[in-house]
Design a protein around this ligand. Structure first.
Ligand SMILES: O=C(O)CCC(=O)C(=O)O
Ligand SMILES: [Fe+2]
Length: 316
């Protein structure tokens, strides 16, 4: 856990590098039942505090949440939402639902929409809600804002590995090619929250995930055999280390295991952006981190092959 201080405009990096740190106050231990899952024990280098220096941060994050008039989308008739349904072409983009589906013995309780927000060449506006009218502007601005934040974080994380600042960005193919996929999660009130989960325990396959939640509690991270609530902090961006950074760092950074619970009375929403290499790019442990004493712990492969195996629960 690191706090990135930008003066008055604070951004918090919550889930980052939880492994070797005491749980900060923002994480509150919950006594929910524990699934049999792996714990993280890896060594995590210190991450420097950086100044993002963007006085616009608060406004941009507020606007992206406000354009949670985006909620409007999820309250459309099912048939209208289906007009945005995912194509059968292997891309994640489009509308999907897991409401009522059984996942790992619990009812999944989430409606969601995916669409790319960066780079412009990968944007397909047919998946962007038409309402509210300022949806597009708020998202485009947010994507540009996030790009700066993510690039700074990637640089810090590279330095945390004792490498030159562009090492991780180069490892995914360079900052201009990184792809930013927005997901909107919509968790409506659930009559029986104790038998439901929003999203089941998982790690993200991205390099980094930058997430803005609404103020309804729900995100939990796993550490030392326990689930911890990640407390909501207004206008904060929650950042998860994803699988690709774990791979590139050859296991020095850990991809954070997380899940979401649902609420009986309130609608929870979250807007994660998955920042990933392009599908054709090959990702593996950075050669600078591999030697005789530290052999590669992960395969080097195309991101699209990694994604395929992960989505289909195949061995990597
Ligand atoms: O809703 C959240 O806070 C987390 C969602 C999540 O982990 C995901 O969609 O991958
Ligand atoms: Fe996730």
């Amino acid at each position: 856990m690191e706090v990135i201080d930008v003066g008055r405009h604070r951004e918090r990096v919550q889930s980052i590098a939880l492994s070797n740190q005491d749980m900060p106050a923002e994480f509150i231990r919950t006594e929910t039942e524990q699934p049999a899952l792996t714990t993280f024990n890896g060594a995590v280098p210190e991450i420097p505090v950086i100044d993002l220096g963007n006085p616009d941060h608060e406004r941009v994050v507020e606007e992206i949440a406000k354009a949670s008039g985006r909620k409007v989308f999820f309250e459309l008739d099912q048939s209208e939402k289906e007009e945005y349904a995912r194509d059968d072409n292997g891309s994640l983009e489009g509308y999907g639902t897991k409401l009522q589906k059984e996942v790992e013995g619990k009812k999944a309780w989430v409606d969601y929409l995916f669409h790319n927000v960066w780079p412009p060449s990968r944007i397909n506006y047919k998946f962007w809600p038409k309402n509210p009218p300022y949806y597009r502007k708020a998202n485009e601005e947010y994507a540009k804002h996030l790009k700066v934040v993510v690039e700074k974080l990637m640089k810090c994380l590279s330095e945390g590995l004792g490498l030159e600042e562009n090492a991780l960005i180069d490892g995914v193919g360079g900052e201009e090619v990184m792809e930013y996929l927005l997901k909107i999660n919509y968790y409506p009130p659930c009559p029986r929250p104790e038998v439901a989960l929003g999203v089941p325990p998982h790690t993200d396959m991205s390099a980094l995930t930058a997430l803005v939640p609404n103020d309804v509690q729900g995100l939990q991270v796993f550490k030392d055999d326990h689930w911890f609530d990640a407390k909501y902090i207004p206008n904060a961006i929650v950042v998860h280390i994803g699988d690709q950074i774990e791979i590139m760092s050859n296991g020095k950074y850990k991809s954070v295991l997380h899940r979401t619970t649902v609420n009986k009375e309130k609608t929870r929403m979250s807007w994660p952006v998955f920042c990933s290499p392009p599908p054709e790019n090959v990702v593996g442990p950075l050669p600078q981190l591999v030697n005789e004493e530290n052999p590669a712990k992960f395969k080097t492969k195309k991101y699209k092959d990694y994604e395929y195996c992960k989505l289909n629960k195949l061995p990597q």
